[in-house]
Design a protein around this ligand. Sequence first.
Ligand code: ADP
Ligand code: MG
Length: 352
Amino acid sequence: ENGLTIGNARKTFATPEGGVVKALDGVSLQIRDGEFFVMLGPSGCGKTTLLRAIAGLEILDSGEIYLGRDRIDSLPAYSRPVNTVFQSYALFPHLTVADNIAFGLQMERVPKAEIATRVAEMMALVRLDGLGGRLPSQLSGGQQQRVALARALAKRPRVLLLDEPLAALDLKLRRGMQDELRRLQRTTGVTFVFVTHDQEEALSLGDRIAVFSNGIPVQVGTAEEIYERPVNRFVADFIGESNFLTVPLNDEGEFRVADGPWLELPEPVFAGPDGTLTVAVRPERLVLDGSAPELVRGRLSEVVYMGTDLHVRVALSDGTSLAVRVSPPFEQLSLTPGADVVVGASPSHLRP
Ligand code: ADP
Ligand code: MG
């Protein structure tokens, strides 16, 4: 088996105003067997369209979809070895939990005894033992989501497509279900293709993540690769937080932030036509305790206590400011608005 391959997938929609939207603008992806693959991007970037195309609910204008060696993009939805879980759980309200899970198997005329075994197996897998006789309306949102997962996995698909399945759950429940999903994926070995617009969810779940913008994946990689080495400003901004500093370069190829010292960059770079350069640095990579070389001096304009860290803003002499995250212990630093601070950064954390 060679996973799920998407080759140059294109899809446009006509808008009511008579225009055209390129929902998929030439998507090529290689998703590995048994992988937890996450597609991340802002609303409207084409994630749902791509999932629907894989599921067979949307026909591509052009491009190819292969599962292993088999081309599946012209197969009808029901004969593709994939299954989908949507944000709206789409359970049958008049069927019990057990009958909801059994439904797809009955459609496929799986023998009764086999159905009973698999339903029991699935209920244990998603930890719903003892609730088989309930109706969906008698379950919590999290439990309904588990039923939807059990129903989708009962048919033993090769690929499970999940379209923002946790978006309707509150934060705490969502965290719990994220752990649960990772466990389900590992125990079943089914390839998961999971869509979300939530970067934290993507980073915590994905073996690999594809970051989408305007109908194309702009970067594919592990959470660490995407976080530490974003390929462009869109990714650097969308994943986590970044300070973008427009800085002047001198003849030695050094730069300075506001009135800070001239510093060398970790790798040679070229200034734009106006002699400046944009450098990105994560707030949590900046320090105020002198543990890294001085970048610039400034004055605290904002200090927000967030429990696990402080979110601090430092105003600079040139009128710009920097976001800084300070981790505990905070006590030895006097971090009150108006205090003068030295912002430090290790050169390796500055990305041109
Ligand atoms: P996402 O899931 O990333 O939010 P979608 O795949 O739903 O994005 O949509 C991508 C783009 O295609 C959006 O601009 C959306 O408005 C448009 N679109 C999606 N489905 C249709 C449709 N059936 N008719 C017209 N436009 C659509
Ligand atoms: Mg969507």
